[in-house]
Design a protein around this ligand. Structure first.
Ligand SMILES: NC(=O)c1ccc[n+]([C@@H]2O[C@H](COP(=O)([O-])OP(=O)(O)OC[C@H]3O[C@@H](n4cnc5c(N)ncnc54)[C@H](O)[C@@H]3O)[C@@H](O)[C@H]2O)c1
Length: 337
C-alpha cells in the first residue's frame, strides 16, 4: 500500500526490535505498523477501536504472521499498558498515536477529550517509563500554533491552542518534555500537519477534509466547505509521517521531548483541493457548497521544516499531488468496489 520502499530507507534498523503502537488500528497508526512489520519488527498494537478498525490490518496481517499482536483495549487501562510495554522482554519503542482526533468534536466534548488525550498520554508515558523504553514518539499536532498569521510555522513560535483538542496536544508535548527531563525517558514530539492517505476514515461526522470530499464526490454530491475555502493547509501524505516516526526512533542522539514539524512544506487552499479532487474524479461540475466557518479551525497552516531536517534528517518523501492521486484512487476502490 505504501508508495515508499521502507527497506531502502531504513534497512535493517528495526529488524528484530519490538514496538508498541497505540492507536495502531487507526489511519496513521496502521501505516506505521505496516512499515515496522515490513522492516522486520514485532509490533504490539493497542486500540479501543473507537475510531480505528481492524480492517486496516487487512493488507498486511497475513504476511506479518505472529509479529503483529493486536490488543483491543484503551490507553486509559494502566494495567494493560504495563503488560504490553513489559511482556516478552519489553518494547524498545512506543509510537503513541491513540487519541480522539477532531477539532470540532473536541469543542463539543472537552472532558472526554481531556481524559483520552491528556490522561491517556500520561498513562502511556508512565508505562514507558516503568518499562525503560528507549524512546516514545508522540503524535503532536500543528493545531498547537493556533491562528497566528505568521507563516511558515516555526517550532519556536508560542503555542496558541484554539480548541480543547489543540490544548490537549500542547499539554502532551509539555509532558513528553517533562518526562525526558525528570526521568530520562527520551521522547520526540512530531507535530503532524494535515496528514492524508488511504485508510483515513471518511465515514465519520468529523472526517478530515480529503476523506470527506472523496466521500461526497464519489456519491456525486457537491462537497461542503466551512468558510470561504481560502483557508490553506500543508497537506501531508501519510508516508511522510511514517518516515518521520522511523527517523525519530532511529536518532542516535537524545531528542529530549523536542517538538518538530512534520509536513510537506507546501500550502494548498481548500478551494484548490476541492477543484483538484473533482478533476481527479472527472466531476469538475461538482463545485463546493460553502457553510459557516467552524469554531476552533485555524485559517492558514504551513510548516517550516528546518528543525526536523537538522535534527533527524527528515525530507518529505511524497509531495501533495503525488499522494493525492493514489489516495483518491483508494477511496474510489473501497467505496465503489
Ligand atoms: N490525521 C491528521 O492529520 C493528524 C494531524 C495531527 C495529529 N494527528 C494525531 O495523530 C494520531 C493518529 O491520528 P489518525 O489521523 O490516524 O486518527 P485515527 O482516529 O484514525 O487514529 C487514532 C486511533 O486511536 C484510537 N483510540 C482512540 N481513543 C483510544 C483509547 N482510549 N485507547 C486506545 N486507542 C484509542 C482510535 O480507535 C484510532 O484507531 C492522533 O493522535 C492524532 O491526534 C493526526
Amino acid at each position: 500500500m505504501a508508495l515508499t520502499n521502507w527497506q531502502q530507507l531504513h534497512g535493517s534498523h528495526f529488524a528484530g526490535s519490538r514496538a508498541l503502537v497505540t492507536g495502531g488500528a487507526g489511519f496513521i497508526g496502521s501505516h506505521l505498523t505496516e512499515a515496522l512489520l515490513d522492516l522486520g519488527a514485532e509490533v504490539v498494537v493497542i486500540d479501543d477501536l473507537s475510531g480505528g478498525d481492524v480492517v486496516n490490518f487487512a493488507d498486511y496481517k497475513e504476511r506479518a504472521g505472529d509479529r503483529l499482536r493486536f490488543v483491543e483495549g484503551s490507553i486509559l487501562d494502566e494495567a494493560l499498558l504495563k503488560e504490553l510495554t513489559t511482556s516478552g522482554g519489553g518494547v524498545r519503542y512506543v509510537f503513541h498515536q491513540a487519541a480522539l482526533g477532531s477539532v470540532p468534536r473536541s469543542v463539543a466534548e472537552p472532558v472526554k477529550f481531556h481524559q483520552v488525550n491528556a490522561t491517556g498520554t500520561l498513562n502511556v508515558l508512565e508505562a514507558a517509563r516503568a518499562a525503560d523504553v528507549q524512546r516514545v514518539m508522540f503524535a503532536a499536532s500543528s493545531s498547537a500554533y493556533g491562528d497566528s498569521e505568521v507563516l511558515p510555522k516555526i517550532e519556536t513560535m508560542p503555542a496558541l491552542p484554539r480548541s480543547p483538542y489543540a490544548a490537549n496536544k500542547v499539554y502532551d508535548e509539555c509532558l513528553c518534555r517533562a518526562y525526558a527531563c525528570s526521568y530520562g525517558l527520551d521522547t520526540a514530539c512530531l507535530r503532524y500537519f494535515n496528514i492524508f492517505g488511504p485508510r483515513q476514515n471518511a465515514n465519520s461526522a468529523y472526517a478530515a477534509v480529503i476523506a470527506a470530499f472523496a466521500k461526497d464526490l464519489l456519491a456525486n454530491k457537491r462537497p461542503t466547505i466551512f468558510g470561504d475555502g481560502e483557508q490553506s493547509r500543508d497537506f501531508t501524505f501519510v508516508d511522510n509521517a511514517v518516515h518521520a516516526n522511523l527517523l525519530a526512533a532511529r536518532c542516535t542522539k537524545k531528542i529530549e521531548g523536542e517538538v518538530m514539524n512534520v509536513a510537506c512544506g507546501q500550502r494548498v487552499t481548500v478551494n484548490q483541493l476541492a477543484a483538484t479532487m473533482a478533476g481527479l474524479y472527472g466531476v469538475p461540475e461538482l463545485t463546493p457548497i460553502h457553510q459557516d466557518e467552524r469554531a476552533g479551525d485555524v485559517k492558514h497552516s504551513l510548516a517550516d521544516l528546518s528543525k526536523i531536517r537538522a535534527t533527524i534528517g527528515y525530507e518529505p518523501l511524497v509531495g501533495f499531488e503525488d499522494g493525492l492521486a493514489p489516495t483518491c484512487a483508494w477511496y474510489r476502490e473501497t467505496m465503489l468496489g
